[in-house]
Design a protein around this ligand. Structure first.
Ligand code: 2HG
Ligand code: ZN
Length: 559
């Protein structure tokens, strides 16, 4: 790949002012990296061992420590009923198909089949469920929840199981209600761009369907091949297009959800304007399934842009990253669709772990990926060219490439989307998904690295638990992913990280979970981002809609 012919001469001549001519290499187009289901993920997060010590090799889902042991302070509420074979039979009678029920209570042979539903894709959390049920309709979900509510059976809703905070797998023996068989596109209106679909439709399937209609789903994620749109809405997933289209709160027009007592909340509105009282659907968006299970959504989908350009460039400082972003907003304004940050270490490790060459030569402290999407190829290319000439001419950007076709664009994107996967390479990762004012965002990465280094925890060999401290994320949304790849779980590392990271973020009025939700891991720290009053109001909502608390995950209650 090279700068596309339109940009290459200018870019080269600008670079030549500063250093000798160097050729811009071609990069190999590779398939875009996708997150996969729990059993096939190659990432290997930390594994707390019995001694609080370490494990670093490959583990199958079955070898993951149970969440109930890793987090012993989370206690099962004795009010819940023990699952019996009679209960299981009730579900079999309801679903009428053996393939819709995985039952390891009455069938010992199902023990292996059930494990992928008990564990998350990072192999970090593992529950003890003995029953997975896969409803096909909202009516079945309704009957199930009513039955569970009446019989005091705890449940956990599960979509694509691609989350990062342990919210989509059981902790104890909650029944997994897996939405994967609810996968129908219900309707699409080409005039308004409104899609109505079941919650279990895979994001990429929805986007491919929309592509045929010249539209796009307003959310894009590295996990698009596995995650489901219902889960995306339930977690208010942010992703790579938020800069342009906004969050799920802005795009979802209606929700169909089943409340814990089985009541169906049918609010599949297709209206953009509807000022008739409380906007209750917003409680389900980002509610992580705590007050009901989303079974269908209606969502506004933008027109697909015929002209998409992707540029990948290296910069010498975080200050320059900010300057490049300011210029991108000024010069590319309405066509700017993504502005992503990758620090130099993430790209170095990506090249190392994947055994691939990076799109540009040399080592740069920071890299950015910029995408434009618009309706006019010539107009967009001209704008991007002017932008690139400017940022290179002003010395804001050191070097860069522009994809020349969809395959090259996908390859450039893989340098950003592939980071999550490769960071698990050494054994485990401590992950923080933070909202921080843009100007200070990268300071946290430096300070965390200094802190861990001073404590003697970072190094190149096995005697040090921490491999490195890296930062990447969605600059345009002021969302940093602070990741600490480790060789093993170590209490000393944790003591350095927490509450340091949370206090640092709270001091800047940031958020301890920007786009991944609270799940099990971040829930105890909600107080760093929400006041006591807000937590109290959340608890009241939970108690109102799920008084029995059969959906165990509970956003508002610190554990
Ligand atoms: C991303 O932006 C995802 O790539 C995952 O939100 C971030 O793995 C992470 O920390
Ligand atoms: Zn992200």
């Amino acid at each position: 790949m090279a700068f596309s012919p339109r940009f290459a001469p200018v870019a080269r001549s600008l670079r030549n002012c500063q250093r000798p001519v160097k050729y811009v290499q071609r990069i190999r187009p590779v398939a875009q990296i996708r997150w996969t289901g729990s059993t096939s993920a190659t990432s290997e997060p930390f594994q707390p061992s019995d001694e609080g010590g370490t494990k670093g090799q490959s583990y199958s889902a079955k070898e993951i420590k149970f969440t109930s042991e890793a987090y012993p302070h989370i206690k099962k509420d004795p009010k819940f009923t023990q699952l019996s074979t009679e209960h299981v039979q009730w579900f079999k009678d309801l679903l009428g198909s053996e393939s819709a029920v995985i039952d390891s209570l009455s069938n010992n042979n199902a023990a292996d089949d059930i494990e992928p539903y008990n564990a998350d894709w990072m192999r970090k959390f593992r529950g003890h469920t003995k029953l997975v049920v896969k409803p096909e309709s909202t009516e079945q979900v309704s009957k199930m929840l009513k039955y569970c509510n009446d019989n005091m059976l705890a449940v956990v809703p599960q979509g694509g199981n691609t989350g990062l905070v342990g919210g989509s797998v059981p902790v104890f023996d909650e029944i997994v209600i897996n939405l994967s068989r609810m996968n129908n596109i219900r309707s699409f209106d080409e005039v308004s761009g409104i899609l109505v679909a079941d919650a279990g439709v895979i994001l990429e399937v929805a986007d491919n369907f929309l592509a045929e209609k010249n539209h796009i789903f307003p959310l894009d994620l590295g996990a698009k091949g596995s995650c489901q749109i219902g889960g995306n809405v339930a977690t208010n997933a942010g992703g790579l297009r938020l800069l342009r289209y906004g969050s799920m709160h802005a795009n979802v027009l209606g929700i169909e959800a089943v409340m814990p007592d089985g009541t169906v909340m049918d609010d599949l509105s297709k209206l953009r304007k509807n000022n008739t009282g409380y906007d209750l659907k917003q409680l389900f968006i980002g509610g992580e399934g705590t007050i009901g299970i989303i079974t269908g959504i209606s969502i506004l989908c933008p027109q697909r842009s015929p002209a998409v350009n992707v540029a990948y460039f290296g910069l010498e400082s975080y200050n320059k990253v900010q300057q490049a972003f300011i210029e991108a907003k000024k010069q590319l304004s309405e066509i700017l669709s993504a502005f992503e940050l990758m620090d130099g270490k993430t790209q170095k490790y990506l090249a190392q772990v994947k055994g691939r060459k990076l799109p540009i030569e040399g080592e740069h402290p920071f890299y950015c990926l910029l995408e434009t999407s618009g309706s006019n190829t010539d107009h967009d290319s001209e704008k991007l060219q002017t932008y690139l000439e400017h940022v290179m001419g002003e010395g804001i950007v050191e070097d860069g490439v522009v994809g020349q076709d969809a395959t090259q664009n996908a390859d450039l994107w893989s340098c950003r989307e592939g980071i999550t996967e490769i960071l698990g390479h050494w054994g485990g990762v401590y992950k923080y998904d933070l909202s921080i004012p843009i100007g200070e965002m990268y300071d946290l990465v430096n300070e965390t690295r200094d802190k861990l280094t001073k404590a003697g925890l970072v190094g190149d060999d096995d005697s040090h638990p921490v491999v490195d401290v890296v930062g990447y994320g969605h600059v345009g949304d002021a969302n940093l992913h602070l990741n600490i790849p480790t060789r093993r779980f170590d209490k000393a590392v944790e003591r350095e990280l927490e509450p340091f990271v949370y206090e640092w973020v709270a001091k800047r009025n940031g958020s301890i979970s920007a786009e991944h939700g609270l799940g099990i891991t971040k829930k105890p720290y909600i107080g760093y981002s929400k006041s006591d009053t807000m937590v109290k109001l959340m608890k009241q909502i939970k108690e109102l809609y799920d008084p029995v608390s059969i959906v165990l995950l509970d956003v508002g209650t610190p554990i």
